[in-house]
Ligand binder design. Sequence first.
Ligand code: NAD
Length: 342
Amino acid sequence: MTPLRLIITGLGARARTWLQVASDSPDVEIVGLCDPDPAARDRAREAYPGRPVAAALEDIIGTVGVEAVLLCTPPAGRLAQITVCCDHGLAILAEKPLSDDVATAARFVAMAEAAGVPLIVGLNFRYLAVTQAMRHLLTDGPVGSPGFGRFTYERWRDGTQSWLNSYPLTMDHPMLWEQSIHHFDLMRYVYGVEPVSIQAHTFNPDWTMYAGDTNVSALIHFDSGLTVNYQGTWQAGHEPMNFNWRTDCDGGIVMQRDMFGDLAFARRMDPEMTPVPLPDHTPWISDARALLNGFVATCRGAAPDCTGRDHLQSLMMLEGCIRASARRESVDMEEIRAGLAA
Ligand SMILES: NC(=O)c1ccc[n+]([C@@H]2O[C@H](COP(=O)([O-])OP(=O)(O)OC[C@H]3O[C@@H](n4cnc5c(N)ncnc54)[C@H](O)[C@@H]3O)[C@@H](O)[C@H]2O)c1
């Protein structure tokens, strides 16, 4: 198989991982790098000498024989990038969230479908061994069917650190769009369900460094009858992060106690949790590698995973939280789906 000819655009924090993973992949050839920021371009030239580097996709697409573009840009303002890709018939791997509003994301999905190009969203957490193992346990395991869950993600995220992106400091609902999107996607993926209604309250603690809300408390009701109690924050009172995802089933529980692993289960009367063995992995790298492999396979004709169209369902959950919190009432997901279809 010839390597996929790829341009990486947006050379900030997240691109560091992608540059490493794509450079190491025998199935990918990086044929160009783009960023409007001269400092980012200089860094790229230094780290990857000999590779074409440009300020904008338009400046490079016609010159390098490209098949696909990896969008590592902030979620706001991607219209020009998606348009160029669609106009040139280029497959797109876009970092999550596809956009910072659902209607724009839906427009991108329609544009890609009309152009006949794959539009895949970078939901790397789906590709972790712990995620795959939990999904298997819950569909085919010793503890039965899920009835309710509690998903806790409590993190002190200092958004002023230079190795992190800084745009979330000023965006609306940074926790929802930047972080909870992963969690909501994982719920849909692992449980194999779709949301029916959402109650939520979003807010900021008074010590926050973010303009938009960093706390999300939500009760999410799914079409299987499952309810998940979600608490996420970027402004926790303690470091390190507390990640805990527990699912109660008719015959026991499943617990994930670390973002990248530590999976265990117990049948109802088991005195101890039974750990689930997981293969070795390198956080951020193994998951990105598997995601990239899936994208290359899609570009070569395999059925897609993490499509933009599927991603819309998770984005609608963010919108559901925002509306529910603003109105102080439960929001029916049909309202949001109908609004998008109109
Ligand atoms: N999946 C994950 O685990 C994960 C982790 C971190 C970030 N992300 C996502 O990656 C994306 C980028 O985040 P980041 O942390 O790299 O942000 P960042 O701010 O560090 O970097 C973004 C880069 O994009 C560049 N850029 C802006 N507009 C551009 C344009 N029109 N064309 C080309 N480049 C442009 C900026 O100059 C900057 O260098 C976001 O969608 C974010 O949510 C995903």
